[in-house]
Design a protein around this ligand. Structure first.
Ligand SMILES: C[S@@+](CC[C@H](N)C(=O)[O-])C[C@H]1O[C@@H](n2cnc3c(N)ncnc32)[C@H](O)[C@@H]1O
Length: 213
């Protein structure tokens, strides 16, 4: 299930019966992104976070997801919001957004190469000094997680397989430092939150700024 086409099919199926729960830290987000900013929510699912931001007065939000079913569910749930089917390549001009939101998307991309491709696309569509906000999962040390990381031979430590066929990834701090090295890190805050299967997991909030001339 490493290939993006297989993953699309998995998330298409999930669109009928999943409620996402990974939290957006609004205080952190609002401290770095203005309500007038153009914001791209990549892997937006059915638009949960877009709706939350809209209710907080953010006006320039676009959401993309590579799953048609997620996008269709989003369009019917939140008809006033702006959805498009896209990914991994993004159909937007260079430097066309002030901020990018990436909520529980890296966890769906088990291998380094595809994660790096996504980060390269984010760098391309963000304007200089644009903000990247990430919430995602970190490696856990409890027995259940250690056993499933060790059982899985589909990628680096932290990758694991669910019974329904999904291959997911929890990340080390070192990996996140490397993956975001094109950005200037403003904040990395570790936390614990609920997963979509109602377990607890280590996680993090990240804010970075696009560097360069
Ligand atoms: C765990 S869900 C989170 C959805 C949403 N961000 C939220 O927090 O409510 C991950 C979503 O990312 C999408 N996705 C995964 N990889 C993607 C990619 N490379 N490009 C676009 N969407 C992607 C999946 O289809 C799925 O809807």
């Amino acid at each position: 299930m490493e290939h993006p086409e297989d993953q699309k099919q998995y998330w298409d199926k999930k669109a009928t019966n999943t409620t996402f729960s990974t939290p957006l830290d609004l205080d952190i987000f609002k401290a770095h992104v203005s309500q007038q900013a153009t914001i791209l929510d990549i892997g937006c699912g059915y638009g949960r976070i877009m709706d939350q931001l809209c209710q907080q007065g953010f006006t320039g939000i676009t959401g993309v997801d590579f799953s048609w079913e997620m996008v269709n569910l989003g369009k019917s749930s939140f008809p006033g919001l702006n959805f498009a089917q896209a990914g991994p390549a993004l159909p937007f001009r260079d430097q066309s957004f002030d901020a990018v939101v990436l909520m529980a998307v890296l966890t769906c991309i088990p291998d380094d190469t595809h994660q790096q491709r996504l980060m390269d696309e984010i760098s391309r569509v963000l304007r200089k000094n644009g903000i990247l906000y990430i919430t995602d999962f970190m490696i856990n040390t409890d027995q259940r997680n250690r056993e499933r990381y060790n059982r899985c031979d589909r990628g680096p430590y932290g990758v694991f397989e669910l019974e329904d066929g999904a291959v997911l990834r929890h990340h080390s701090r070192d990996h996140m430092v490397q993956l975001t090295n094109a950005f200037g890190e403003i904040l990395f805050k570790e936390t614990v939150f609920a997963t979509m299967h109602r377990n607890r997991s280590n996680g993090f909030y990240y804010i970075g700024k696009k560097q360069g001339i």
